[in-house]
Design a protein around this ligand. Structure first.
Ligand code: SF4
Length: 65
């Protein structure tokens, strides 16, 4: 599984970082999220799914590849 983050959609809310800090971080300058890993390990997928569900901008997708 691969994570896609649509940066232009991100509103810098930080929910993804709280849900999955091993996968997401935020830029210091503007709070926009970025990926620490594009293909998270299996034991992080539940955290990523939570981030997908709670992102207020619907900016995160988990794709099957
Ligand atoms: S939860 Fe969504 S809007 Fe908030 S920082 Fe993460 S990607 Fe950006």
């Amino acid at each position: 599984m691969r994570v896609e983050l649509d940066e232009p959609k991100c509103v810098a809310s930080g929910q993804c970082v709280m849900a999955a800090p091993e996968v997401f971080d935020q830029r210091d300058e503007d709070g926009i999220a970025f990926l620490l890993v594009e293909k998270p390990p299996a034991d992080s997928l539940d955290d990523v799914r939570e981030a997908v569900a709670i992102c207020p901008a619907a900016a995160i997708r988990l794709v099957d590849q």
